[in-house]
Design a protein around this ligand. Structure first.
Ligand SMILES: CC(C)(COP(=O)(O)OP(=O)(O)OC[C@H]1O[C@@H](n2cnc3c(N)ncnc32)[C@H](O)[C@@H]1OP(=O)(O)O)[C@@H](O)C(=O)NCCC(=O)NCCS
Length: 205
């Protein structure tokens, strides 16, 4: 099987001269297969029940995403380092959202990540642009609006809402609606009884 790495070297235009190249090759290969698998499972009818189970199983067994239960993964969703992602029960990852798991990213039960939202657990230090990572945690019953950005280290409390287009740079307390750039509190939110999920209504307690 020694010809196999050599083939990949040719395909990716890199050599195996030293460890650095090996690491580069491994990372490139892993990202190649991850993006291939995510592209293959982009087919629109695959995220809808009951086929969502098939897609979630592929994400679990081929990419290493840790699901605590059911999850709807719409088309165009992209997850970097999927092994660092933990997703609660009855969550929805809506069209085109990107989750960069350069560190742990945890998403609580019943949470909706809106269209083209961007969650990142990484960045670059302003002083020298060296890579930085801090984990991100999103509580349960949270709604992240379309094209919102959640930056590294942020914790979003249970039952909170992030408005469309917001850039969240610091923690959001529970039961709070935030919006804007940078995100600020719009109002407090009291939620009781049942909430909507992609799997039907459930009790939010
Ligand atoms: C944040 C949001 C939930 C607030 O809804 P709401 O509680 O009904 O708020 P209102 O529309 O009454 O607006 C309240 C105030 O917040 C402001 N606001 C609303 N949405 C905002 C946003 N995304 N960013 C910044 N400010 C926002 C309004 O301008 C208003 O300000 P004012 O009181 O100074 O006039 C909603 O505006 C939003 O962004 N929803 C996301 C929609 C989405 O992403 N859909 C994708 C489908 S999955």
């Amino acid at each position: 099987m020694r010809w196999l790495p050599a083939c990949w070297c040719l395909i990716f235009g890199t050599g195996l001269k030293n460890d650095e190249n090996m690491i580069y090759l491994r990372v490139t290969l892993r990202r190649f297969w991850i993006s291939m698998i995510q592209s293959v499972f982009d087919c629109p009818f695959l995220w809808q029940p009951p086929m969502h189970r098939f897609k979630a199983a592929a994400y679990r067994f081929l990419l290493g995403v840790h699901f605590k239960g059911e999850c709807l993964i719409h088309s165009g969703v992209r997850i970097l380092n999927p092994g660092n992602l933990v997703i609660g029960n009855y969550c929805s990852l809506v069209y085109g959202c990107i989750i960069e798991c350069r560190n742990k990213v945890a998403i609580g039960d019943n949470t909706i990540i809106g269209p083209q939202a961007f969650i990142t657990a990484g960045g670059h230090a302003p002083a020298d642009l060296s890579p930085t990572t801090r984990s991100v945690s999103i509580g349960k019953n949270v709604f992240i609006g379309a094209r919102a950005m959640i930056l590294q280290g942020v914790r979003i409390g249970d039952n909170s809402i992030v408005g469309a287009g917001a850039v969240v740079v610091k923690d959001v307390p529970p039961n709070t609606v935030v919006g804007g750039v940078p995100a600020h509190e719009i109002r407090r939110l009291e939620r009781a009884g049942r909430i909507w999920t992609g799997f039907g209504e459930i009790n939010c307690e």
